[in-house]
Design a protein around this ligand. Structure first.
Ligand SMILES: *[C@@H]1O[C@H](CO)[C@@H](O)[C@H](O)[C@H]1NC(C)=O
Ligand SMILES: *[C@@H]1O[C@H](CO)[C@@H](O)[C@H](O)[C@H]1NC(C)=O
Ligand SMILES: *[C@@H]1O[C@H](CO)[C@@H](O)[C@H](O)[C@H]1NC(C)=O
Ligand SMILES: *[C@@H]1O[C@H](CO)[C@@H](O)[C@H](O)[C@H]1NC(C)=O
Ligand SMILES: *[C@@H]1O[C@H](CO)[C@@H](O)[C@H](O)[C@H]1NC(C)=O
Ligand SMILES: *[C@@H]1O[C@H](CO)[C@@H](O)[C@H](O)[C@H]1NC(C)=O
Ligand SMILES: *[C@@H]1O[C@H](CO)[C@@H](O)[C@H](O)[C@H]1NC(C)=O
Ligand SMILES: *[C@@H]1O[C@H](CO)[C@@H](O)[C@H](O)[C@H]1NC(C)=O
Ligand SMILES: *[C@@H]1O[C@H](CO)[C@@H](O)[C@H](O)[C@H]1NC(C)=O
Ligand SMILES: *[C@@H]1O[C@H](CO)[C@@H](O)[C@H](O)[C@H]1NC(C)=O
Length: 477
């Protein structure tokens, strides 16, 4: 018994008390020799105690290396097969390195204990080795932002533990069924397929599984079909990005089924047809998405263009949770709609680059932080005490409108959080006392083309001086 204990201790501890296993230490030394380490970030990889080396983690009980995290080490060179000795490795992060023009080694598919593999931003090119499909315990796989291709998607079939997959930028032009295969993975909850030249199937077969899917990014794929109806059966979906595609009939009624949705991005569905602005109509069911927090509709031509008919769509919920609404470049016309007043949670509103006319917002938007109304045809004056309408305002863009009237200090009173103010190209007249102290947080101010009041020279130089001390880009008339 005593003898056995002795053996156990001898086995687990080196003479210096470290628990690093000799075989694994040697493997790491060889692994390091294959790498180029221009910044010397692996210089701690000497001595016996490999568990204390930078980026290396051991299991405290067994002494096995279970973790290698070398992200952003800017390493180059070659990944040697010696790493296979580390057969207890659960976590490997080689992201943010520059294995320029190397392939992903197929033997990584033999590290069968891996639960986390991150090879993003690592300079890999060529084909994704299908051997990675042997990593049946993998929960996270991130191969994004390399120059990779896949041939087929069958290799994903056995990744039955996979919860997170990021293949952003991996060329799928030779793989037609990635979504069909992913539909068979029982735990998958987050899928990134941004910029993949993806084919999206109109049918997934008899069963739409995807029971855990919360996040789906299909942006930048030149997809020109209709939105497949199976998408609207993913009732657990919280994040859906279909932006920068060319979907026809952009928003069907069925969108109302996605009741868990928090983020919906439909920006710019016209990549292939540069000359034709794609158009959308909003179905009333959009208003049933009461959990929606971020909605992006920019760069799609909206029919029927006047926002004032939309009241119901944005008031269908007892508590409206919309925080960010992006709807620029959409040929919107009409006056700023009164239903905006119902959006009490709205923090960001971007309606720039439209043809909205009439007067500025006259009601309070208590959560508003970033308000962009630039490049419209708003006219009339802006109310005094903006600080009462928008007590939390950080950024205000009114540039390129037809707004006019005299602006005094009162307009800026209590805008204590204001950092950026763009009033360029309107017809404002500015009357500020020479000793006016602008809001403290102001970092950007553009008042070019504003008429400045009588005490212009004193005021301008004072203000400029003040702004310069806050590093403000101040342009004056
Ligand atoms: C090993 O123990 C240290 C200190 O107790 C702890 O910080 C570390 O997370 C443990 N490592 C593992 C892999 O459990
Ligand atoms: C992978 O690494 C990149 C860069 O270091 C990081 O941004 C990303 O979040 C990581 N992916 C996962 C799934 O942790
Ligand atoms: C998945 O695993 C099964 C059983 O281990 C094996 O027969 C099959 O070839 C694997 N499929 C792929 C695509 O690797
Ligand atoms: C993707 O791959 C196809 C064929 O392999 C190729 O024609 C296409 O140019 C690639 N796309 C990009 C963005 O490299
Ligand atoms: C859906 O999941 C069930 C059970 O996990 C499985 O039997 C079935 O093949 C899956 N359907 C598809 C289309 O993959
Ligand atoms: C989609 O694009 C492909 C290739 O550019 C083309 O062959 C196909 O006709 C297009 N489909 C539609 C519905 O426009
Ligand atoms: C909003 O999400 C919660 C879960 O986060 C869910 O229970 C609720 O049903 C959703 N609301 C609607 C209107 O679907
Ligand atoms: C913008 O909407 C108006 C109707 O309000 C329409 O006449 C015009 O053609 C639209 N512009 C574009 C570029 O579609
Ligand atoms: C604003 O413009 C509209 C039409 O574009 C015009 O009818 C109205 O009189 C203008 N209001 C002001 C205050 O100039
Ligand atoms: C600014 O805030 C102070 C203190 O909260 C308040 O007394 C004052 O009335 C406000 N001024 C304006 C113009 O809203």
């Amino acid at each position: 018994m005593l003898c056995f204990l002795c053996l156990e201790i001898v086995c687990l501890c080196n003479s210096d008390g470290s628990i690093c296993r000799e075989l694994e230490r040697k493997a790491l030394v060889d692994f390091k020799q294959g790498l180029e380490d221009p910044n010397g970030l692996l210089s701690s990889w000497i001595g016996l105690d490999c568990c204390s080396w930078t980026g290396v983690g051991c299991d405290n009980h067994t002494g096995h290396i279970v973790r290698i995290d070398l992200h952003n080490f800017i390493l180059g060179g070659e990944i040697r097969p010696s790493v296979l000795v580390l057969n207890h490795l659960r976590y490997m992060d080689l992201s943010g390195n520059s294995f320029e023009d190397n392939r992903i080694p197929a033997f990584l598919g033999s590290l069968v204990s891996l639960q986390y593999l991150n090879l993003s931003y690592a300079g890999f090119s060529g084909y994704v080795p299908h051997q990675l499909g042997n990593l049946a315990r993998l929960h996270y796989l991130d191969l994004s932002s390399n120059s990779l291709h896949v041939i087929g998607s069958h290799w994903l079939t056995n990744l039955s533990s996979l919860q997170y997959l990021n293949l952003d930028g991996v060329n799928h032009s030779k793989a037609t069924n990635v979504l069909k295969v992913l539909n068979t993975l029982p735990l998958i909850s987050e899928i990134h397929l941004h910029g993949c030249e993806l084919h999206i199937p109109l049918s997934l077969g008899a069963h739409i599984n995807f029971t855990n899917l919360r996040f789906l990014d299909l942006a930048h794929n030149y997809i020109n079909s209709t939105i497949p109806l199976w998408l609207f059966q993913l009732s657990g979906l919280e994040y859906l990005d279909l932006s920068h595609n060319n979907f026809q009939d952009l928003i069907p009624h069925a969108i109302g089924k996605l009741t868990s949705l928090k983020v919906l991005n439909l920006r710019n569905n016209g990549d292939l047809q540069y000359n034709k602005v794609p158009s959308i109509r909003l179905p009333p069911t959009l208003g049933e998405l009461c959990n929606l927090s971020i909605l992006t509709l920019s760069d799609n031509n909206y029919i029927p263009s006047d926002l004032n008919g939309l009241g119901e769509i944005f008031s269908g919920c007892i508590k409206n949770s919309l925080e960010e609404l992006y709807w620029s470049g959409a040929n919107l016309t009409g006056q700023l709609p009164i239903w905006l007043a119902n959006l009490k949670s709205l923090k960001t509103l971007d309606l720039s680059f439209n043809s909205l006319y009439g007067s500025f917002i006259q009601f309070q938007l208590p959560s508003m932080q970033e308000l962009s109304l630039g490049e419209n045809q708003l006219n009339g004056t802006i109310p005094k005490y903006l600080g009462q309408l928008f007590p939390k305002l950080v950024k205000l863009d009114l540039s390129y409108n037809n707004l006019a009237g005299i602006l005094t200090e009162a307009h800026f009173d209590n805008l204590t959080k204001l950092e950026s103010l763009d009033m360029n190209s309107n017809a404002f007249e500015l009357i500020l006392r020479p000793e006016w102290v602008p809001p403290l947080e102001l970092k950007y101010l553009d008042m070019s083309d504003c008429k400045l009041g009588p005490k212009i020279s004193i005021m301008a130089s004072k203000v400029e001086e003040h702004f310069l001390s806050f590093n403000v880009k101040y342009k004056h008339y």
